[in-house]
Design a protein around this ligand. Structure first.
Ligand SMILES: [Zn+2]
Length: 477
């Protein structure tokens, strides 16, 4: 196998201080996409990436996406697209990451300044964006620099797509990817996204699936205005009573969805798939620790992971219009909207799920025989994604993990969604791999976000090694 890897790894180690310095510079730019007055910083961060890439010899373009929908006074930050290498004999890998971050302020409870990278004695590098997603994005740049300094030919052509609105719904990106799939991204043989995390802290993983999400509202109304229970209690049919009755029919205490027909949409568990769960580094204590309680549904790891990854779930989220403040107000709400969502999995199609939900809710409401009015609708829906972990893209990444970390990676799915994954797959028609750098304790989106120095430096080796193995994989599809 690629003998140059040893000298690549050594160069990464030699350059590790410079790579941490690069991360420090990136973290210092508060590129918060959700805050209007930080927009210049988001744009500054995009330009920082562009200039670093240019200095490394990549061809870079800043692509404007126009005005922000519903906030026309704001320009969307540019998508940074770049190409490193243009050799038709090499494979081309398209990588995605984002350079914007979640909001953060010391007043939220951070132990250190969120925009000052602070390394503690255990090598934990604290700072907003360290793990999500500036560390991984810079990982690709660092892999280029280490190859140059080591005098090793870069093993593939690298196409890069770095956006600045990920933490705010990736505004404008879907259309951009679809538009560029046959243009800027046309040479891509496969896609790699580094924007998720290991399942635990010890063992790396490759992620091949994500659940989708259908989000619903059940609106029940009757009286012309809110009422007082002293006057109208016992005389009017109450929307809230109806809604609680209807919501009570959706799911039981063990998370079992009560909507008829949902189970039939779920792809059956195969022996091949079942076999993947046994080796996964995860314990019930990991669950209890992250839950903050021992109130799990299942006693065992396999069924727990399946409950999170490969079976659908239904969660009740809230009731709009219900009295929720402290105290004892005796209001009867005139209109209430119950919110719930279903995390979807193969082979649940969005429309088929909607139909079953609408029928179930209407039937449950009809069974009450109330004179109130019902309206049920889907607020938004995003589809699940599952890739083949047997594709060469995954095989190459698996070999790279083994080489760098000395263990076979866990093949994992995730319970949540990263919508851009499906967009890349559908737009390019290529295999998409999620190759995380950080671990489960990195606290992306929370206070004290960090990336372990080890995950960063070994992660840079991993990204480079992955590309070398990609170059060696036999072409099968
Ligand atoms: Zn992210």
């Amino acid at each position: 196998m690629a003998p140059q890897l040893d000298s690549y790894f050594k160069t990464v180690d030699d350059l590790s201080d410079a790579f941490i310095e690069r991360l420090r510079k990136a973290v210092a730019i508060p590129s918060i996409s959700a805050e209007d007055d930080r927009r210049p910083d988001v744009i500054r961060m995009g330009k920082f990436l562009a200039s670093e890439l240019t200095a490394l010899g990549a061809e870079v373009e800043l692509r404007e996406l126009g005005k922000q929908p519903h906030k026309e006074h704001l320009d969307l930050p540019p998508v940074v697209v770049a190409r490193y290498g243009n050799d038709s004999k090499k494979r081309t890998i398209l990588v995605y990451g984002h350079y914007d971050v979640q909001p953060a302020g010391i007043e939220d409870g951070w132990a250190t300044e969120p925009f000052t990278l602070t390394v503690d004695d255990k090598g934990r590098m604290y700072g907003r964006g360290s793990t999500d997603d500036k560390g991984p994005v810079l990982g690709w740049l660092n892999s280029i620099e280490a190859h140059k300094k080591a005098g090793i030919d870069y093993p593939v052509n690298l196409l890069m797509c770095f956006e600045g609105m990920e933490e705010y719904g990736s505004e404008g990106l879907d259309d951009f990817i679809k538009e560029e799939a046959k243009k800027y991204f046309k040479d891509a043989d496969a896609v790699c996204i580094s924007d998720n995390y290991w399942l635990g802290t010890e063992k790396p993983c490759l992620t091949y699936g994500l659940r989708g999400c259908n989000y619903y509202s059940i609106e029940i109304s009757g009286p012309g205005q809110d009422l007082h229970s002293g006057v109208f209690g016992g005389t009017a049919q109450e929307p809230m009573t109806d809604l609680v009755n209807v919501m009570n029919t959706l799911v039981n205490k063990d998370g079992k969805i009560q909507i008829k027909g949902i189970d039939e949409l779920v792809a059956p568990l195969t022996d091949d798939e079942k076999a993947l769960y046994g080796d996964i580094a995860f314990t019930m204590d990991n669950l209890y620790e992250s839950l903050g309680s021992t109130t799990g549904i299942y006693p065992d790891k396999e069924r727990t992971l399946m409950g999170r990854w490969r079976y659908p779930s239904l969660s009740l989220h809230g009731i709009e219009g219900a009295y929720s403040a402290p105290g004892a107000k005796t209001v009867i709400p005139a209109k209430v909207i119950g919110k719930f969502s279903i995390r979807t999995v193969p082979d649940m199609e969005i429309d088929a799920v909607n139909e079953l939900v609408y029928k179930h809710v209407k039937d449950a409401f009809a069974a009450i025989g109330s004179k109130n009015k019902l309206n049920v609708f889907c607020q938004h829906a995003g589809k699940w994604w599952v890739a083949s972990p047997k594709h060469w893209n995954f095989t190459a990444a698996g070999k790279a993990v083994e080489h760098v970390w000395g263990v076979k990676p866990d093949l994992t799915r995730e319970g949540g969604s990263i919508p851009v994954t499906l967009t890349f797959e559908q737009a390019t028609g290529k295999n998409v791999l999620l190759l995380p750098m950080g671990s489960s304790t990195d606290a992306a989106h929370s206070i004290n976000e960090k990336l372990d120095k080890k995950n960063y430096i070994e992660g840079i080796k991993l990204l480079g090694a992955y590309l070398h193995y990609v170059a060696e994989e036999p072409i099968t599809s």
